[in-house]
Design a protein around this ligand. Structure first.
Ligand code: NAD
Length: 509
């Protein structure tokens, strides 16, 4: 896969000096930002940080565009999103390749991300005809009440490196059909993927003569705090670590803006006595090592019933022994690189910390150097038996480390599963209906996602995605997540000839 060919297919230049093709992104005035592939630390291309001046121009263009976009009928906005979905189908292969190269996930997963964009476009098209409000019975005669949903304004989307295109689309496509305009600030580790998406949607906007400013892109680390603190940004949808999410949430709340937070997870799988081990194995291994442990829904803890503990560990050890680490573009490999050297160091430090705190290594981790990829950031997936209450187990380390622990009763397993600060994804493997139902009940998992006989990662577009506690409480994607991108208005209409007050209050004049 040659980067120059991919950039050419995506119509983007190797040195991005800024473009303005029916939509807006930062003009090329800021400091140079270079992008490297984690596969072998090869240079890919460069772009620029957005300057404050350019950022302000983008926000003003967005505000201007909002005035028109909010008046376009929602199904017509859906039609534009339908065309974006089709354009993404055309560009699926080069864009999927760029995602793999820049983020370091496998080509299949790169294509999978673009498929998520296509899926959310399809979802949003249907949604554009279903932005329903309620009608409500009024207590007053000859009065009617209803609820309407209106566009909220400019939506800032700050995204993480690990899903460089999908997470943006979950937000942007819903926001667009809702009548909002967007400003996207991607991770500075994956700016090229964002530029590619911007070019693709710009084609659609141009073909439909849509004014500049509906979908915008700003680049560089400064732009995140600018968006969070900017009174002009009605909603900040932030995807990233709990550490940064805490800052963003507080900054936005300070100015009474709205935020949608999608933060870190510390996801567990419970393996019960009646679990089908042939299903547990792929569920756990894909969950723990897929995307080199760099998914918010990665399986980080495995809570196993004591009677099946030894067997489960043996099967897992065997499976880990067969995993191939290397270039993620080679379909024979299971595990690609971490994003950068910092990520490798964080991973190595976490293992040392777990060991020092009494963790027992079951599958040894460490740095790994595939032949020919000496400059890449590869590590070995590892398994450590550790107590749930160790500080390091309570944290999300964004790498393939799986902590395993035993339980006796299901109540104990659920207690262990819930006893972490995060609340994103969870799963139970069982053939026992009572256990499954209890896990899904109000006294069961406290996470935003709870699965039965499926691992913790790999959610579908149709459901609401997100989690509780330190995961931030936000919901994106399917179900009624669209409501976060709109403002609710309650309307009462008096079609009678008198003016009765609510609650029977009399006011004589
Ligand atoms: P990160 O928190 O380091 O960065 C996320 C984004 O925030 C980046 O675009 C970054 O430039 C920006 N940013 C940094 N400082 C900022 C500030 N002060 N104000 C505003 N923006 C700022 O996260 P990351 O390393 O890119 O991604 C990994 C994390 O994201 C993990 O914790 C993972 O669990 C989480 N994540 C969560 C979900 C979810 O849906 N819950 C999905 C993907 C990733």
């Amino acid at each position: 896969m040659n980067i120059q060919d991919i950039l050419k297919q995506l119509n983007i230049a190797a040195d991005n000096q800024g473009v303005s093709t029916g939509t807006v992104w930062s003009e090329g005035k800021g400091a140079r930002l270079e992008s490297y592939s984690p596969i072998n630390n090869d240079y890919l291309a460069a772009t620029q940080h957005t300057t404050r001046e350019a950022y302000d121009e983008v926000v003003e263009k967005a505000r201007q565009a909002f005035k028109t976009w909010r008046t376009v009928p929602a199904p017509r906005r859906g039609e534009i999103v339908r065309q974006i979905g089709n354009k993404m189908r055309e560009y699926k292969e080069p864009l999927g390749s760029l995602v793999s190269l820049e983020m370091g996930k496998s080509y299949q997963e790169g294509l999978g991300e673009v498929q998520e964009i296509i899926d959310i476009c399809d979802f949003a098209v249907g949604l554009s005809r279903q932005l329903y409000g309620l009608t409500i019975a009024s207590e007053r005669p000859q009065h009617s009440m209803m609820e309407q949903w209106h566009p909220i304004g400019v939506v800032g989307i700050i995204s993480a490196f690990n899903f460089p295109v999908a997470v943006w689309s979950w937000n942007a496509m819903l926001a667009l059909v809702c009548g909002d305009v967007c400003i996207w600030k991607p991770s500075s580790k994956t700016p090229l993927c964002a530029i590619a998406c911007q070019h693709i949607i710009a084609e659609v906007f141009k073909e439909n003569n849509i004014e500049e400013g509906v979908c915008n892109l700003v680049i560089g680390d400064d732009a995140g705090p600018w968006l969070s603190g900017d009174q002009r940004i009605a909603l900040v949808s932030f995807t990233g670590s709990t550490r940064v999410g805490r800052i963003v949430g507080q900054t936005v709340a300070q100015r009474f803006g709205k935020s949608l937070l999608e933060l870190g997870g510390n996801n567990a799988i419970i393996v019960t006595e009646s679990a089908d081990l042939s299903m547990v194995l792929p569920g756990v291994v894909f969950g723990a090592v897929g995307t080199a442990g760099q998914r918010c829904t990665t399986t980080r803890r495995l809570i196993v019933q004591e009677s099946v503990y030894d067997k489960t560990i043996e099967v897992l050890k065997n499976a880990y022994g067969q995993l191939r680490i290397g270039n993620p573009l080679d379909a024979n490999n299971h595990i690609g690189p971490l994003i950068d050297e910092n990520a490798v160091n964080t991973y190595l430090k976490a293992i040392e910390t777990a060991k020092a705190a009494g963790g027992r290594v079951i599958v040894e981790g460490g740095r790994y150097t595939p032949e020919g990829y000496e400059n890449g950031f590869y590590v070995k997936p590892c398994i450590i038996e550790a107590a749930n209450d160790l500080d390091i187990v309570q944290e999300e380390t964004f790498a393939p480390i799986l902590y395993v622990m035993k339980y006796t009763t299901l109540e104990e397993a659920i207690e262990l599963q819930n006893s972490v600060p995060q609340g994103l994804s969870s799963a139970i493997f069982t053939s026992n209906l009572r256990e499954a139902q209890r896990f899904l009940s109000a006294e069961g998992s406290d996470c935003g996602i709870a699965n039965v006989n499926i691992g913790t990662s790999g959610a579908e577009i149709g459901g609401a995605f997100g989690g509780e506690k330190e995961t931030g409480g936000g919901r994106e994607s399917g179900s009624d997540s669209w409501k976060a991108y709109m403002r609710r208005q309650t309307n009462t209409i008096n079609y009678g000839n008198s003016l009765p007050l609510a609650q029977g209050i009399k006011f004589h004049i």
